[in-house]
Design a protein around this ligand. Structure first.
Ligand SMILES: [Zn+2]
Length: 169
């Protein structure tokens, strides 16, 4: 089974398109961006200094850091990271993990992740809110949206709880 070793850079084409063409088994092979590539969360920082530590298990310090890591996890098809950082009482939590993983990978594979902008953050050390604008494209369609997300801290770890979509762009 080929491992995803393509470099990921800003504005890259979704690598999932070719992964899917190779067969259904290929879709679960996560893409590994080179450590020195720009982070898929558009921070302007190298992946190894931005979201990779979180993807490898380091706890993000603040909700906005988790927000970035979740965005880049979607972009890279790291479904387990997305699931593991979702609050079990949150609106997007799904009990059927296999089904949930498939739907995340389907979303990741059919979406181009073209930009992330953190608009506003607020909160305290137990609950935080992050308003962000995600620039996404699905085929020819603009799938961008602005969301105000709610994060809760459980046993020291920030988790995504839910979000209100404020407006399409
Ligand atoms: Zn990042």
């Amino acid at each position: 089974m080929p491992k995803g070793t393509r470099r990921v850079r800003a504005g890259y084409e979704s690598p999932w398109a070719s992964a899917r063409a190779a067969g259904p088994w290929a879709i679960v092979a996560a893409v590994k961006p080179a450590p020195n590539s720009p982070c898929p969360c558009y921070s302007g920082t190298k992946y190894k200094r931005c979201c990779r530590p979180a993807h490898r298990g380091a706890l993000p310090n603040a909700p906005k850091d988790l927000m970035r890591a979740r965005y880049s996890a979607f972009a890279l098809g790291l479904a387990r990271f997305v699931m593991d950082t979702t609050h079990p009482e949150g609106s997007s939590f799904e009990a059927d993990r296999a089904q949930w993983e498939r739907s995340i990978l389907h979303f990741a594979g059919s979406t181009s992740f073209d930009g992330l902008e953190i608009v506003e953050t607020s909160g305290n050390d137990r609950e935080g809110h992050v308003t962000f604008k995600a620039t996404l494209r699905q085929g020819e369609q603009d799938a961008s949206f602005t969301e105000r997300s709610r994060f809760l801290r459980e046993s020291g770890a920030w988790l995504y709880h839910s979000g209100d979509v404020e407006a399409s762009s």
